[in-house]
Design a protein around this ligand. Structure first.
Ligand code: ADP
Ligand code: MG
Length: 248
């Protein structure tokens, strides 16, 4: 049984269909990326999985349970980091646990240290750089107790160098506990470097157009992104992706 099983999901806004008959699965401990152009409904898909809205059709099954329209079942890092400005780094990090009534400040401090943010426990979000804020948001999601971690373009606002650093950091952390991850991105390199499997969405209304299994073993070395083989995979995915980019 796969951990997340999305069956024939359809969603529209004011009669404009965004998702149509979208089905996908995530296995236990799998890292799956969803790749699609901007406006293809990726964030909408996460809002549906997170139960913030309901689909017109289809079902979302997590660990055998239908979670359509139900919140609190996934750990979610939204596209904007969504840190609370009036809470400190520590206060923001433990928020995900607080909601579930199990606060562990010691663990939070440990993770803040692992994110390279020791000494910033008492700082407020507007005292942090973009990369630091992303890390805080990421640890908050990581410390939430749910078994599926949904990350919506967590690195898209970062410049290339910090982005690569963050990707390596995420990989290291993920390889320790191998939580199931659904990762949204519009960056092919990032998807190839991080994922076990890549799902390419078609244009609007979106459904799953193609899936690629990424053959690289783990732990992965960042040097793979410079190889000829990597470029070949990238081209293949790029061709698939650009079939559906609409010029409107
Ligand atoms: P992506 O994350 O792939 O960039 P989104 O899921 O944010 O795409 O948006 C997909 C489409 O749905 C866009 O055309 C957007 O304008 C529309 N949309 C998203 N959320 C809403 C909403 N709450 N009400 C109306 N339209 C929406
Ligand atoms: Mg989005």
């Amino acid at each position: 049984m796969s951990q997340l099983h999305i069956k024939s999901l359809s969603k529209q806004f004011d009669h404009h269909p965004v998702l149509r008959d979208l089905s996908l699965q995530v296995e236990e401990g799998e890292f799956v990326s969803i790749l699609g152009p901007s406006g293809s409904g990726k964030t909408t898909l996460f809002h549906l999985i997170g139960g913030m809205m309901e689909p017109e059709e289809g079902s979302i099954i997590l660990n055998g349970k239908n979670i359509n329209g139900k919140t609190g079942f996934i750990s979610y890092m939204p596209q904007d980091h969504a840190l609370l400005p009036w809470r400190t780094v520590l206060g923001n990090v433990i928020l995900g646990q607080e909601i579930h009534g199990r606060k562990d400040e010691e663990q939070a401090r440990k993770w803040i240290g692992r994110a390279g943010l020791s000494g910033y426990e008492g700082a407020y979000p507007d005292e942090l750089s973009g990369g630091m804020k992303q890390r805080v948001a990421f640890i908050r999601a990581l410390m939430s107790p749910q078994s599926l971690l949904c990350l919506d373009e967590p690195f898209s606002s970062l410049d290339e160098f910090i982005r690569l650093d963050m990707q390596k950091w995420l990989m290291d952390i993920w390889e320790e506990d191998k939580r199931s991850v659904l990762f949204i991105t519009h960056n092919i390199d990032e998807a190839l470097f991080l994922s076990d499997r890549i799902i390419v969405l078609s244009g609007k209304p979106s459904s799953v157009q193609k899936e690629f299994r990424v053959p690289y073993l783990r732990p992965r070395d960042e040097q793979i992104i410079l190889s000829a083989e990597f470029l070949e995979y990238k081209k293949e995915i790029f061709r698939e992706l650009t079939k559906y980019v609409q010029h409107d």
